[in-house]
Write a protein that binds this ligand. Sequence first.
Ligand code: SAM
Length: 307
Amino acid sequence: MPFTLHRHLLSEQRAFLGRDRRAWGDHLLRARAWLGEGLASAPKDRPCLILGAGWGLEVPWSLAPPETWGWDADPLSRVGTLLRHRRWAPWVYEDFTGRLRELSRAARRCARDERVGRRRDPVLAARRLAGILPSFSPTGEPLRAWVEAHRPGAIVVANVLGQLGPVAQALIQRAFRPINPFELPDEASEVLAEALDLWTAAAVRAVLKVLSESGAEVCLLHDRGVAWGDAAPRPLGPWRDPWVAQLPLGHWEVSDALGDVEVGACFADSHEVRARERWWWPVGPGQLHLVEAWRLGAFPSHPGEPR
Ligand SMILES: C[S@@+](CC[C@H](N)C(=O)[O-])C[C@H]1O[C@@H](n2cnc3c(N)ncnc32)[C@H](O)[C@@H]1O
């Protein structure tokens, strides 16, 4: 049986590509231009990696250096890229966090007594899972191993960093089906949601640590957060940290996609900021995603610099 993650990502990708994208025009143009710049400026004589390459909706593969690898756990992403871009790139299908398989298995074990095939009390199960989630904190080991083996000159992270929390949440929900452990009439749901936030922050930090130690140029594009409160986006103020300080005045309900991790701080000792931007991506009615994009150049003296 395929690993639940692969099935989940495949169905997510279908849903993503099947959505009404009429309001996405501006976002797609900016995303392609940003990632395209990251690919065009990548060293041509070294491998390049596109993390979260997907089917290439946002990725201008024609600008990618000759040895560019795609990395995406969606089993059809490589073929999707071939169909869209006529490029059959070398590919990695693994979960780059390295812990989603174990997390999914642990959630299933908490939700059901698999010996007798019976569902456990969901409140106790949610609390138990919250208690053990920290033992599945990602270290980004598969990504680190790949980076050490290939020494890429550039890594382009194409809208996947903000997906780590939602993907983990979806795997947990699948394990508890048909009950949603995040919507129980008990504070166990809150405890589980808090544990998941901590897991997300650990996952984001682990991936950014691998990138900061890679010695590669880094180009990032991701959801920084989601804001509800305005039907249409109003102009953002100048760059401020944390990102909520940059929102226009008004009443906003927000959720942070990166577990409150500040990206700039993670690269302060390893990379210089070449450019950074934020913009609105109206994903659906009343649901505004704030996209954050960075281009970072590695300090030459950094110990992660390829030998
Ligand atoms: C929002 S989509 C990015 C779309 C893509 N950049 C494009 O241009 O089509 C996020 C992608 O990350 C992949 N993904 C999410 N979590 C992953 C993980 N832990 N390991 C590997 N791939 C992952 C998903 O399969 C999905 O294709």
